[in-house]
Design a protein around this ligand. Structure first.
Ligand code: SF4
Length: 445
C-alpha cells in the first residue's frame, strides 16, 4: 500500500463532491435564496447551526473558532442567528419540517440556557420537527452543566456528540486540551439522566506521544461510556494552516506506519466489542441508525461524516456554514464580522459554493458509494444517471489500471477488498474530475 501513496498522499475526506477547496465565488446570496424557494413545499430538510466560539482554543483543533471568556460576543452572535433565521423564514416554502437539526461549532454549549431556549423556539416556529426527527448537539464536557442540559432536553435534543481525542494526560497536555475521563463520564451521566440516550463520540489517532498501549487504554475508557457511534479520526497536523498547532512538537508525532497501527488498534477494539464498522472511520452499535442504514445500502456522506439522513436539502446557518441543495453547494462567508454585516444588511452572507454541472452528480455518487459501501453498483448508476454500461466499464478499467490487482471488478460492480480499505480515499480520488492538488487535504491514513 505504501507504493500507492497510503503513507505520503494528502487526499480529501470527501464529505462533499466537489470538495470545499473547489468552491468558487459564483454562488451568491441571491442564488442561495432562490434555491431555498425551490425546496418542495411540505418536504423535510436538515438544518445545521454553527456557533464559532470557544472558551479556550485547543492547540490541536483546526476549526475556525474564536476564543472568548465573556458572553458578549456570543449574545451578539445569537442576534445575528435570529436575523438569519428570519431571512430563512421569509424564503422557506410552506409546510417544510426538519428531519435533522444539528448545533455544532466551536462550542454550541457556550450558549446560556435562555439563549438555547430562544434559538430552539425560533427554529421550531420556522420549521417544526418531522416525525422521528433527530436533534443533535456537540457537547463540550468542560462547558456543560445541568441547567444547559435541561434547556437542550426541553428543546427536544435526542443525540449528544462529544469529542474525546485521547484520555491520556500527557497527550492532552501536549495537544492543549485537558478533559479528564471523570469530567467526560459525568457529562455523559448528566446527558443520559435527561433521557437523551443517543451518544456519539470522536476519538483521534495519530496524536503526539500516542502509543498502542495508550490508544488501547483510551478506547477501553471510551467503551465503558457505551457510545452508540464512534468516529475514529486521524489527527491532521497542518501547522502552516492551523497556527495553534505550531505549539505541538512535530517530533512527538507518530510516523505514518505507526498511525496505521494506531488506527488498527482502535478498530480491533471496537470490532471486539461488537460495534459494526461503518465506512472508513466510524463504528456503531447494532441498533444504531447508521448500522441500520449501512445494512440497507442507505448510508450517506455529509459534512459531519456519515449519516442516515436522506434529505436532499441541508441548510447551514451561521458563519462559514455550508448548505447543500439538489442544485449545488452554498457557503456563508467564514469571517464572523463579515457574516454579521451581511445579515444586518438584510442579506444572506453566501460568498462561495458550486453549481452542479456535467458529471458532478454522477461522480459525487460514485465517490459516496466507495466511501460508504466500498462498492459501486453498476446497475444503480445506470438507472439513476442514465449512463451506458460502456462508460461504466471505461471508468472501472481506468480505476483498475490506476490500482492494478487491488480492486474486484466485474460488469455489475467495482469493490474494494477488505485488505485494501485503508486506500479508499485514494481510490475515490481517481473518480474526482477536479484539481487533485493536495492543498487543504489530509493524510490518507
Ligand atoms: S476542540 Fe472544541 S473547544 Fe477546542 S478549539 Fe476546537 S472546537 Fe473549540
Amino acid at each position: 500500500m505504501a507504493k500507492l501513496g497510503l503513507f505520503d498522499t494528502k487526499v480529501p475526506r470527501y464529505t462533499s463532491y466537489p470538495t470545499a477547496p473547489q468552491f468558487r465565488n459564483d454562488v451568491s446570496g441571491d442564488i442561495f435564496a432562490n434555491w431555498i424557494e425551490e425546496i418542495t413545499p411540505g418536504s423535510s430538510i436538515s438544518l445545521y447551526v454553527h456557533v464559532p466560539f470557544c472558551r479556550t482554543l485547543c492547540w490541536f483543533c483546526a476549526c475556525r473558532t474564536q476564543g472568548t471568556q465573556s458572553d458578549a460576543p456570543v449574545k451578539a452572535y445569537l442576534e445575528v442567528l435570529k436575523a438569519e433565521l428570519a431571512l430563512l423564514r421569509a424564503r422557506l416554502p410552506k409546510g417544510v419540517t426538519l428531519s435533522r437539526l444539528h448545533w455544532g461549532g466551536g462550542t454550541p454549549t457556550l450558549l446560556r440556557p435562555s439563549m438555547m431556549q430562544e434559538l430552539a423556539g425560533l427554529i421550531a416556529s420556522i420549521a417544526p420537527f418531522a416525525t422521528n426527527a433527530e436533534f443533535s448537539v456537540e457537547i463540550d464536557p468542560n462547558e456543560i452543566d445541568e441547567p444547559r442540559l435541561d434547556a437542550l432536553a426541553a428543546a427536544g435534543m435526542t443525540r449528544a456528540s462529544i469529542g474525546v481525542q485521547d484520555f491520556d494526560p500527557e497527550i492532552q497536555k501536549t495537544i492543549g486540551r485537558i478533559q479528564s475521563f471523570e469530567v467526560t463520564r459525568d457529562a455523559v451521566d448528566m446527558i443520559r439522566a435527561r433521557g437523551i440516550t443517543s451518544l456519539n463520540a470522536d476519538i483521534l489517532f495519530g496524536l503526539p506521544h500516542q502509543t498502542r498501549e495508550r490508544m488501547t487504554t483510551s478506547v477501553q475508557k471510551l467503551l465503558s461510556l457505551q457510545p452508540d457511534r464512534v468516529a475514529l479520526y486521524g489527527y491532521a497536523h497542518v501547522p502552516w494552516m492551523a497556527k495553534r498547532q505550531q505549539l505541538i512538537p512535530s517530533e512527538a508525532l507518530p510516523t505514518p506506519q505507526e498511525r496505521l497501527e494506531l488506527y488498527e488498534t482502535g478498530r480491533k477494539l471496537f470490532l471486539c466489542d461488537n460495534y459494526a464498522e461503518i465506512g472508513i472511520d466510524h463504528f456503531a452499535t447494532a441498533d444504531d441508525g447508521l448500522t441500520i442504514a449501512h445494512k440497507a445500502g442507505a448510508l450517506r456522506r455529509n459534512f459531519q461524516g456519515y449519516t442516515d439522513d436522506t434529505s436532499d436539502v441541508l441548510i447551514g446557518i451561521g458563519a462559514s456554514s455550508i448548505s447543500r441543495f439538489p442544485q449545488g453547494y452554498a457557503q456563508n462567508t467564514s469571517a464572523t464580522a463579515a457574516h454579521t454585516k451581511a445579515i444586518r444588511d438584510g442579506q444572506f452572507s453566501t460568498t462561495r459554493g458550486h453549481v452542479f454541472v456535467g458529471e458532478d452528480r454522477l461522480r459525487a455518487r460514485l465517490i459516496e458509494a466507495l466511501m460508504c459501501d466500498f462498492r459501486i453498483d453498476a446497475g444503480e448508476i445506470r438507472q439513476r444517471f442514465g449512463v451506458g454500461q460502456a462508460k461504466i466499464d471505461a471508468m472501472f478499467e481506468a480505476a483498475n489500471q490506476a490500482f492494478p490487482g487491488i480492486l474486484n471488478i466485474g460488469n455489475s460492480a467495482l469493490s474494494i477488498p477488505v485488505d485494501a480499505r485503508p486506500l479508499t480515499r485514494i481510490i475515490a480520488r481517481s473518480f474526482d474530475a477536479y484539481d487533485l492538488s493536495e492543498a487543504g487535504h489530509s493524510s490518507a491514513i
